[in-house]
Write a protein of this length. Sequence first.
Length: 107
Amino acid sequence: MIQHEFMSAEPFPHLVMDGFAPEATLRAVAAGFDSVSADAWVRYDDLDERGKNACNRLEAMPVACRDFIAALSGPTAAKLCEWLTGIDGLVPDASLYGGGLHMTEPG
């Protein structure tokens, strides 16, 4: 059963979902990173996050990225997470605090 697979995964509960999204969708999302303007990215330079860049401003993202994030953070995804984890009342974070697009520079 998929819940057992999730809960018993090591080193922490997780699930690998091959074919989770259509390849064309994932390619459009990946291509969208290049069209986000430089000023929309927040750069992290502290020791633990050096080279990390993040964008949580939906209005700065191309449509493919916004649509994908909406699908992952909508009520259907929350219900799936509730079902997998057994935690009731999960609420998606509409502000994308700590979420959104993330890109790590080489090094």
